[in-house]
Write a protein that binds this ligand. Structure first.
Ligand code: PGA
Length: 244
């Protein structure tokens, strides 16, 4: 299975700056390249190179109706989105998204034909307390509860330790590998067919650490924040994900 490298622009960009960035993002043979842009720029990004997939950073759990400010799955589909991030730690921490909300968003995406990239990860305090497996297990359990085993087998998971996001302090390959393996074990323990599930690593991924992370067992790709705003860095990370 190809590795998936997803750029998460977060709340950055402008029509002018996006133009140069999008023009510099190219497909890489043997790698699934994805950019997750802010909602207003989906139309602009839709005109990108056809070999680069488009995604959003959030989606409503509701189908349509009186939900001011929300964006539905079908709207994302209208703009060619193939993926959507759900439960990014910034959504959880800053906008109060619970494990249950994340589960409902994942199910809305999947039922609407868009692959959810479900983000999970522990805070530093949780890691220090030895709670990594418990915290991630609870985050995944809420998603499994609404998706069921079959649905769960059709998602992407992103492991993003909160302490590594935007801090310049990436998890080591050994730390990432340990958690990715434990996620696989967790899925196995719940009888979820994990054969098609890619588990991305995210958190201060850079051209310098990407090759080692991608070479780590069970790491199926990357979710890239800051470095995805620098065309040369994002391209280098995408190239590092190519099969050897
Ligand atoms: P970062 O962000 O690469 O800037 O650490 C990753 C993310 O939040 O998805």
């Amino acid at each position: 299975m190809n590795k998936l490298v997803a750029g998460n622009w977060k709340m950055n960009g402008s029509l002018v700056s996006n133009r140069a960035l999008l023009a510099a993002i190219n497909p890489v043979a043997g790698v699934d390249v994805l950019v997750c842009v802010p909602f207003p720029y989906l139309a602009q990004a839709q005109e990108r190179h056809p070999g680069v997939a488009l995604g959003a950073q959030d989606v409503s759990e509701f189908r349509n109706g009186a939900y001011t400010g929300e964006v539905s799955v079908s709207m994302l589909r209208d703009f060619g989105c193939a993926y959507v991030l759900v439960g990014h730690s910034e959504r959880r921490a800053l906008f109060g998204e619970s494990d249950e909300t994340v589960g409902r968003k994942a199910v809305a995406a999947l039922e609407g034909g868009i692959e959810p990239i479900v983000c999970v990860g522990e805070t530093l305090a949780q890691r220090d307390a030895g709670l990594v497996v418990e915290v991630i297990g609870a985050q995944l359990e809420a998603v499994l509860g609404v998706l069921g085993r079959e649905g769960m087998s059709r998602i992407t998971i992103a492991y993003e330790p909160v302490w590594a996001i935007g801090t310049g302090r990436s998890a080591t390959a050994a730390q990432a590998g340990e958690v990715h393996r434990s996620i696989r074990d967790w899925l196995l323990g719940r009888h979820v067919d994990a054969g098609r599930i890619r588990i991305l690593y995210g958190g201060s991924m850079k051209p310098q650490n990407a090759p080692e992370l991608f070479a780590t067992e069970c790491v199926g790709g990357g979710l890239v924040g800051g470095a995805s705003l620098v065309a040369g860095d994002f391209s280098a990370i995408c190239r590092a994900a190519a099969p050897v």
